[in-house]
Design a protein. Sequence first.
Length: 285
Amino acid sequence: MGRSKKYVYDYEQSENGKGPGTMVEDILSDPEFSQVTDLVIGCWGDSWEGSCQPILDQMVEHKEEFSHIESLFVGDMDYEECEVSWIIQGDYGRLWQALPHLKALTVKGSTDLKLGEICHQELEALTIICGGLPVSIFEEIQNAKLPNLKKLVLYIGVEYYGFDGDADTVRTLLEKSDFPNLTWLGIEDSEIQDELTQAVLDSKYMNQLKVLDLSNGTLTDKGGALLLEKLPSCPNLEELDVHYHYLSQGMVKKLQALPIKVDASERNEPETYRGETWMNAMLTE
């Protein structure tokens, strides 16, 4: 049975010359690596100054040694190591072919992120965690050939940190993509969460979803009412996640009365400043 292991550089290692150019060498020199199936890459040094591209390139160069990897997380670091909006990502275009048995890919950070031409027969889960997802990434995903994709989670984020689309961007993604086995959809962490909720509920995927994740955003009673109207007609839905929200207590009770599992924890109240009302997505900077 495989195992998970995280590789990360601390400040002292970074000061002593460790960085993205040495990470793969250190991974391959680890005697435990051959037993690792879930590979987690954390801070690669000055992650806000140096891209992870050397890591991705060297993984491709050593694709035989990495061919057993089933799960890959690139950028697993907290805000004390590097704010999510500062993480400099890379181009994953050549990685799809290099990791033929990859089942799950998680990417944190969207600065300089490119997914390339996505084509993979075995990938089941794709998650992108960021403070702002560019339209270019939506377009790459909507053209992806992922016949076995079961789980798609996208942190939408805000304009200031990279989201340059709108609700129609998400609507187009859901219309043009072709994921026949998708059962878990997360469209979350947005300051236009109500609008995105409408786009998701109108999508062709609703009848096949088991899990719907609209968490971490500015969901209000407007979006809650849409959920109450639509979800009873979704035959396969088992779970709704709207944690971190701006729903009223009354709306929370109504959603929790649905015959499915509902996570409506972390209720927030809007803030008022100089006569204006402010609501914030959970993860931005």
